[in-house]
Design a protein around this ligand. Structure first.
Ligand code: 5GP
Ligand code: MN
Length: 390
């Protein structure tokens, strides 16, 4: 039986049924912004006309979702807004509304610099340290010296006491699972109801993508009811959540799928006394599997599916990009390191102290400029100091 009725009625499609309500009701959420913060953000947006929206290096779903949602909102407010990413984003995020217009600071530097030289305000999402955006960070510091371009930062990473964020307004919520959720809450507070905005569906889609990816499709950091009220609102605004899932998680190349099998079958080492798994990949191995940017995404999570494995580390060899030469200090290769863990087993301190990185308690990362075997050695020497045995 297939029949459909108008909004606010049950719609029967074969044996499934859905409640279809397009009612534009205002969602009541816990206010995370004080009135003072809200006024400051509102004045920041109304007081400027040309914005650059920046997000972190190797942009993931949350980086892309939070920056693009902000860009759509600014455009709806009649502003000029350009997203600039420090380097390429993965192909499985190309479909995000507006992503095709992003500028890549590695490959489109001249064009991006031209935009930056003309902006009168900057919004940063999903990071709080300018070193996380490599040479784009140096450009921003230079701009601020020249003409004091103000920055609004919206983030969910812990703020370093040693290196306080460079920003006039900092909206920092390390307890929030995604920067995209904070952007939702900011736009919701500023606009009353996102449904009234011309780009409401685009904004909602970008935000949903960020919330979904930073929680592993709502499988971690996702245990509070308000998150699902927001998801409900996003679906009401037109997000096709099943399609977003398919576009992000079911888009692997054959090489990526085989690489996954290779990692698990040949490359995974287990340190059972610490419930730990380590996977490493050399540049040669990546080449063998026709590695593309984004292909390593999610590999670090796989060992956590094993009973009694609570920590996972993934290392891969990478080239030193032109924007990282200063950081590399003569090293020819860079090792990108990812950590994941479950429950009360933080990995961000390990990432911070040993691999100049950081992140969240259960998802962190860092980097090592030098040889893969030296990074592994450092890892093996140090993990017993940072990880729990039971
Ligand atoms: P991923 O393993 O997906 O690259 O990163 C997981 C999380 O770790 C990111 O959301 C970010 O918070 C953090 N992270 C990854 N790499 C770095 C890094 O080099 N420096 C810092 N500070 N954080 C990182
Ligand atoms: Mn994030």
């Amino acid at each position: 039986m297939v029949f459909m009725q108008k909004a606010n009625k049950f719609v029967y499609v074969e044996k499934k049924y859905y409640l279809c309500s397009r009612e534009k009701r205002k969602l009541m959420l816990t206010a995370i912004l004080s009135q003072e913060q809200l006024h400051a953000v509102s004045d920041f947006i109304s007081g400027h006309t040309r914005f650059a929206v920046l997000t972190h290096t190797s942009p993931d779903g949350d980086a892309m979702g939070s920056s693009l949602a902000m860009r759509h909102y600014l455009k709806d407010m009649g502003k000029q807004a350009q997203v600039i990413v420090p380097n390429a984003f993965p192909t499985f995020l190309e479909w995000l509304p507006g992503a095709a217009e992003d500028l890549n600071y590695e490959t489109q530097k001249a064009e991006a610099d031209k935009v930056l030289d003309e902006v009168d305000a900057i919004i940063c999402t999903d990071f709080n340290e300018l070193k996380r955006i490599n040479s784009l960070g140096e450009k921003i510091l230079a701009l601020r010296q020249e003409r004091e371009v103000p920055i609004l930062m919206i983030d969910h990473h812990i703020v370093s006491a040693k290196e306080p964020p460079v920003a006039e307004i900092l909206l920092s919520y390390p307890e929030s699972p995604s920067a995209s959720e904070i952007v939702y809450r900011v736009i919701h507070a500023l606009s009353g109801a996102i449904g009234q905005l011309p780009s409401s569906c685009e904004i909602a889609t970008c935000i949903y993508c960020g919330m979904m990816t930073d929680t592993g499709n709502f499988s971690f950091n996702s245990n509070y009811p308000e998150m699902y009220e927001i998801v409900g609102d996003l679906v009401r605004l037109g997000v096709n959540k099943d399609q977003v899932y398919n576009r992000v998680f079911n888009q692997y190349s054959v090489g990526r799928m085989r690489l996954m099998g290779y990692c698990l079958y040949e490359k995974m080492r287990l340190y059972k006394d610490y419930h730990l798994a380590l996977i490493t990949l050399t540049g040669r191995e990546l080449y063998r599997f026709q590695f593309q940017s984004g292909d390593a995404e999610g590999l670090v999570n796989l060992p956590l599916q094993i009973d009694n494995v609570y920590y996972s580390c993934f290392m891969r060899q990478d080239k030193v990009a032109s924007s990282e030469v200063a950081k590399a200090n003569g090293a020819k290769t860079k090792i990108k390191i990812s950590f994941r863990s479950q429950g009360d087993r933080p990995v961000n301190i390990f990432a911070h102290d040993i691999f100049h990185g950081g992140g969240h308690a259960n998802a962190a990362g860092g980097e090592y400029y030098g040889k893969l075997e030296d990074a592994v050695k450092l890892f093996l020497e140090n993990y017993p100091k940072y990880l729990k045995k039971d």
